[in-house]
Design a protein around this ligand. Structure first.
Ligand code: NDP
Length: 450
């Protein structure tokens, strides 16, 4: 068994089974056996089942949200949004089974038709930072495509995923079609990679583990989607609405206590307005409400574990702090929102993903310099551009090597649009209208007419 600890109180809140390799194999085998019947469910019926699953999630939003507040320390506002996101993503992809269109291609001597064939069992490995949405972004399109799913939540945050597995059964999703198995990454997750009956691995987590997953999938030419780390830039030009850029910047990086792969953890500000921006940013950071996450007013909760808090603190120990917000004392893994001013672009805190409420602010000279600095990173996941000049905003958006950008906004993930990273931030895309196709292989069938 694995003890589950609440980051809010530091106390144990549950004991969860640590699934063994043998048990994992048995679950994968059941998912494999469930596949032929699930893919044979008519598109309309599969759509109806997914809609019912969405409805059952909707009926349990509050329960799921409370579970996430306790298990992950998410603010209640965020946790309700996250549970609602699972509902909405299921409802969105419920439209897919009836729209998995192939093509009809004219060829000499006949006609060719293409089919999107579901690939089989999909293994989904979820990190601890957004346990519900990241699970849903994988399992909803996979189920819609006709695949069966085995899902491993992060060891420290398994509770909402386990509950979603139960709700799927309650909604009528057949046994073996969607199974949640808690356990260690090195045991359950690794088995998804090595087991020959798992046809695709969907991994979200650190770049380090992502590399291992990709290498591990290679011998079987196993399909893989990787959503990895980030060190995204929030680029603020002198002609921007500085008040709005500064007032919203804290929420672009400190949301979920900065434990967000899309966090804008580098703010790049045009030198001519650097001091003015910092003067506006300081009260905005001081105003972030870091408090008991079950309060409706909470804007930021604690970090996930004591060990992670130590890692985050180690980045601040050797950095120049400009100013900080506040956080509660006492139990819980609290860390205040912190703004640092790196002395060089090679500073560790400026280059590495901290995954905590720490943001580095640096000046840039002009448009070319802004693009250079934004791209001077191994990562390329997200980012923002603040400017009133729409031509410049578009030029810079095209110049920044990143998968998800927003202009005059910090919006990152919308289920209607494709999500994924450039460079070492990942491989492949999730979400958007084409996501179910990533759980299929395209087959072409030629029919001779001569
Ligand atoms: P990890 O990479 O450590 O863990 C992610 C998941 O992988 C967990 O379920 C973990 O299990 C599992 N795992 C660990 N080792 C292995 C292995 N050898 N084989 C298979 N699975 C394994 O990342 P974190 O949980 O620490 O998440 C934080 C990181 O994830 C950050 O770098 C962040 O940027 C990135 N991330 C990226 C996102 C994106 O969409 N691009 C979204 C969210 C996070 P266990 O719990 O047992 O360790």
């Amino acid at each position: 068994m694995t003890a589950v600890i609440s980051p809010v109180s530091g106390a144990q809140i549950a004991d969860v089974p640590a699934t063994s390799v043998e048990e994992t194999d048995a679950v994968i085998q059941r998912a494999h056996e469930a596949f032929p019947a699930w893919r044979a469910v008519s598109p309309g019926d599969r759509a109806r089942l997914l809609r019912r699953f969405s409805q059952v999630v909707d009926d349990h939003i509050e329960e799921l949200a409370q579970l996430e507040v306790t298990n992950s320390g998410h603010t209640i506002g965020n946790a309700r949004w996250e549970a609602g996101n699972v509902r909405d993503v299921l409802a969105y992809y419920a439209g897919a089974p009836e729209r998995l269109f192939g093509r009809q291609i004219p060829v000499p001597g006949g006609v060719d038709m293409t089919f999107h064939e579901p690939i089989g069992v999909v293994g989904i490995i979820v990190p601890w930072n957004f346990p519900m949405p990241i699970a849903g972004w994988g399992f909803a399109p996979a189920l819609a495509a006709g695949c069966t799913v085995v899902l491993k939540p992060a060891e420290v945050t398994p509770l909402t995923a386990i509950r979603l597995g139960e709700l799927a059964l309650q909604a009528g999703i057949p046994e073996g079609v969607f199974t949640v198995i808690p356990g260690k990454g090195s045991v359950v997750g690794e088995r998804f990679v090595t087991h020959p009956l798992v046809c695709k691995v969907v991994f979200t987590g650190s770049t380090e583990v992502g590399e291992r997953i990709m290498a591990g999938c290679a011998p079987q030419i196993k399909r893989v989607t990787l959503e990895l780390g980030g060190k995204s830039a929030n680029v603020v030009f002198a002609d921007a609405d500085l008040e709005r850029a500064a007032a919203t910047a804290p929420y672009g990086v400190f949301d979920n206590a900065g434990q967000d792969c899309c966090a804008r953890s580098r703010i790049l500000v045009e030198r001519s307005v650097f001091d003015r921006f910092m003067a506006l940013l300081e009260p905005a950071v001081a105003g972030v409400r870091v408090e008991e996450p079950s309060l409706d007013t909470a804007e930021m909760g604690p970090l996930i574990t004591a060990a992670h808090r130590e890692t985050v603190a180690s980045y601040v120990d050797d950095a120049q702090v400009a100013f900080r917000g506040s956080c509660p004392d006492g139990p819980g893994f609290w860390f205040p929102p912190t703004v640092i001013v790196p002395t060089s672009e090679s500073d560790r805190a400026y280059r590495e993903e901290i995954f905590g409420p720490v943001v580095a602010v640096m000046p840039f000279e002009d448009e070319a310099d802004a693009i250079r600095m934004a791209n001077d990173s191994d990562f390329g996941l997200s980012g923002s551009i603040w400017s009133r000049d729409i031509g410049r905003a578009l030029r810079v958006s095209r110049g920044v090597e990143s998968g998800n950008l927003s202009v005059n906004s910090h919006s990152s993930v919308r289920y209607w649009t494709p999500f994924g990273g450039f460079k070492r931030s990942g491989l492949g895309r999730e979400l958007g209208p084409d996501a179910p196709e990533a759980f299929t292989e395209t087959k072409n069938v030629f029919i001779a007419t001569d």
